[in-house]
Design a protein around this ligand. Structure first.
Ligand code: HEM
Length: 293
């Protein structure tokens, strides 16, 4: 059938590579098709204004690449955690928040009023970007899945459930979409020859939603993580994996516990605005309010 002028089909690779896409949500359908057909695929980076790279989409390939730092080395200019938050003012509690292993989660949650607040700019603004995005992504998961939220509220004393829910929030949301590596010498991956000097982009988002590893990967299932569940890759993996993972988990756990313990519940107070980025997944705005039961 002839194409109408100006209506050329857009390929899955182009959709995945375009920051505008992510302002509407992660294109899991495109990532799934690519992962199945061409699990290592060239993305030219032109829409995101980035150098071209081989996108690695399967969990096993991403994990294997992260386990071989001598072959795939980090690119020195990559910034994963976003800009530093503004220096704190006289509010000593907020200083504590960045480094404290006993975060002031209840005080933060207290900023969510019955009349509403923006989780990003009013409540979590002092947090480093990756942490803020994960808390916001986790809250979004609760709001989008009221049945799971209710189950968590009923089981909030269950330590194993809360630990699993934190891991599921990290997997389901995956705030660092992709991390880059430089190929040190010629090799192959997924049947594709990779040349020394080329870049690969390890798509953590695609790996953490790989149906060969996680059943129903698109569903937010707080009880998913048991001792046998493969570890998600939201913090990377191996010797270059996230050094702040322990601290991040402490903060996420404290925030989730505070949400579940406070009488009443969170509810949406407006449309969320997603961040336009192929690299980091988060919100520009996430309006919420507190509702007493
Ligand atoms: C939920 C929150 C966070 C997420 C999802 C996250 C994710 C990541 C990822 C994906 C990497 C890259 C691993 C790699 O390249 O193989 C990384 C590295 C790192 N992260 Fe985090 N991170 C988080 C919070 C933090 C915090 C709170 C700190 C500091 C207290 C931190 C410190 C670091 C450091 C020092 C590195 C190593 C950087 C390097 O190798 O150059 N992260 N993180």
């Amino acid at each position: 059938m002839p194409q109408r002028r100006g209506a050329l089909p857009i390929s899955d690779a182009e959709v995945v590579n375009c920051p505008d896409t992510y302002a509407r949500g992660v294109p899991y359908d495109c990532l799934d098709r690519l992962r199945t057909r061409t699990p290592v695929v060239w993305l030219d980076g032109r829409f995101a204004d980035e150098p071209g790279s081989w996108a690695v989409l399967r969990y096993t390939d991403v994990r294997r690449a992260l386990s071989r730092p001598e072959l795939f080395t980090p690119v020195p200019w990559e910034s994963l955690h976003g800009p530093r938050p503004d220096p704190p003012d006289a509010d000593a509690e907020s200083t504590a928040m960045l480094i404290d292993m006993d975060p002031p989660a209840r005080a933060l949650l207290g900023r969510v009023r019955r009349t509403g607040a923006d989780l990003v700019t009013d409540v979590l603004h002092e947090m480093p970007e990756t942490l803020r995005n994960t808390v916001a992504g986790g809250v979004h998961a609760l709001l989008r899945n009221p049945d799971q939220y209710a189950k968590l509220r009923a089981g909030h004393g269950d330590e194993a459930l809360i630990d699993s829910a934190v891991e599921e929030m990290l997997r389901w949301w995956t705030p660092v979409t992709q991390i880059r590596r430089l190929v040190r010498r010629d090799t192959t991956m997924g049947g594709v020859p990779l040349l020394a000097g080329e870049q690969i982009a390890l798509w953590l988002t695609a790996a953490n939603h790989d149906a060969d590893v996680y059943t129903q990967p698109g569903r937010f299932l707080p009880e998913r993580f048991t001792a046998d569940t493969p570890r998600h890759l939201a913090f990377g993996h191996g010797v270059r994996g996230c050094l702040g993972g322990v601290l991040a988990r402490v903060h996420l756990r404290a925030m989730l516990a505070a949400i579940l313990e406070r009488p009443g519940r969170l509810e949406p107070a407006g449309e969320p605005v997603l961040t336009r980025s192929t690299a980091r997944r988060g919100f520009d705005r996430l309006p919420v309010r507190w509702r007493d039961d």
